[in-house]
Each structure stands twice: as C-alpha cells, then as structure tokens.
Design a protein around this ligand. Structure first.
Ligand code: CA
Length: 233
C-alpha cells in the first residue's frame, strides 16, 4: 500500500517539527510549508492526501487558503484539517464552512491529532461503499435499507439521505447550513430548523435500538455522526 502523504502548513517551526515527528513515527510521509504560497506549489507538485493548515499564516489566512483549495479543480479528495488557536464557535464554523473537514484546537495532543487524521482519511475511503456499516448500524445503499443489528428500521426518504450523508462523513461536525447544502441541495430554500426536525425524526426512528446516540449534537456548531461517545465542550 502506498504511504499516505500529509502536508503541514504552519509558519511556526517548532510546532511544525513536533507535528512532523509524530506523523513520521505513525508511518506517514510528510511535506512542509511555512506559508500559503509554498503550500500551493507543494499541493500541485506532490498531491498530498491530506493537509493540516494553520489558521494564522504570514501571507494569507489558513481559512482563505482552504477556501481557495476547495475552489481549485483536482482537490476534491484532499482532506483538510485546520489547526487553530481560536476556540470560539465562530471560527470553528467559519473553518468548516470554508471547506475544512475538521479542526484541531491548539494546544493539542499528538494522539488527538492522529485520531482526527485517521477519521478524515477513513471517511475519504468509505464514501463510495454500497453497504456502509457503523457500530450496530448498517445502511444498504443499493436497497435503500437501514438496519440495526440485522433488524430493518423504517426511515423516511429525507432521513435516509441525511443518515447516508452523516454515515459517509462520520466523526466531523456539520453546521445546519452545510447539511442543507449537502443533503437538500444548495439551491433549495429550506429553513435551518428543518434540519433539526429531520434529525429528531431520525433519532426517533433509531431510538429503540440505541443507535440514535451516534447522531450527536455539537453545541453551537451543528451535528456529528460518530460511534464513539464524545462529550464535546
Ligand atoms: Ca501560525
């Protein structure tokens, strides 16, 4: 199997070196950039699988770089994790809406960073699967069926689409706006609280099975699908 290549965009050398040290030890190949300009060149030349992008960079913000990358052709499969010292909700949402897959708040532990990286990479490789499983939950994309521990659960068409999106994009937070764009479609006018209604229905449908706990509310940010029980904030 080819090694996974990760680009680290961070202007503070000690932090960059610390990240490189842990990623190399975990078996990843790393490339480094201290500003956005060299990051863009490396992205084009080296085609990394994932980029860790610091929020505060000398020539452009990490958020602007993320937005720019997501607009560029050929970066559809690039996973992006933002490194941020800002813990405010506003920044989290701005980063995710800018196209980042996840964010890690400084100071972070190497273990936390590696877990986030693995989750983003795992998601990228599982989004085409016909049968998606997560914990006790199974979604059969060909048959449009949802089952828990082998027993079929009836969900409406919107709940099905929502669940499929969440299962193929697990372990990251989506704002209501993002869910509307990705599940309902960017040109459909629906109120944000519609998302809450369908999340509630989905949880209710899964409620008797316990799998409803996979659909987690992240206060001030949105929703996340995860089989891990996390207490966020
Ligand atoms: Ca910085």
């Amino acid at each position: 199997m080819a090694t996974t290549k990760i680009l680290i965009v961070e202007d503070e050398a000690p932090i960059r070196e610390m990240i490189v040290f842990h990623l190399v030890r975990a078996g990843y190949e790393t490339i480094e950039a201290a500003d956005c300009r060299s990051a863009r060149r490396l992205l084009a030349d080296e085609r990394p699988d994932l980029a860790l992008i610091d929020w505060m960079l000398p020539d452009m913000s990490g958020l602007e770089l993320t937005r720019m990358l997501k607009r560029d052709q050929g970066n559809e499969d690039l996973g992006i994790i933002m490194l941020t010292a800002k813990a405010e909700e506003y920044d989290k949402i701005a980063g995710l809406e800018g196209g980042a897959d996840d964010y890690v708040t400084k100071p972070f532990s190497p273990r936390e960073l590696l877990a986030r990286i693995q989750a983003v990479l795992r998601r990228a490789s599982s989004s085409d699967a016909e049968v998606i499983t997560a914990g006790v939950l199974e979604l059969d994309a060909a048959g449009h069926r949802v089952s828990v521990s082998g027993k079929e659960v009836r969900v409406g068409p919107t709940e099905y689409r929502l669940l499929r999106f969440l299962m193929t994009h697990s372990d990251r937070v989506y704002s209501r706006t993002q869910l509307l764009d990705r599940v309902w479609g960017a040109n459909v006018y629906v109120e944000e609280r519609t998302v809450d209604v369908h999340v509630r229905r989905l949880r209710k449908a899964l409620g008797e099975t316990g799998a409803d706990s996979y659909i987690q509310t992240v206060r001030g940010a949105g929703y996340r699908f995860s089989t891990r029980i996390e207490t966020d904030q």
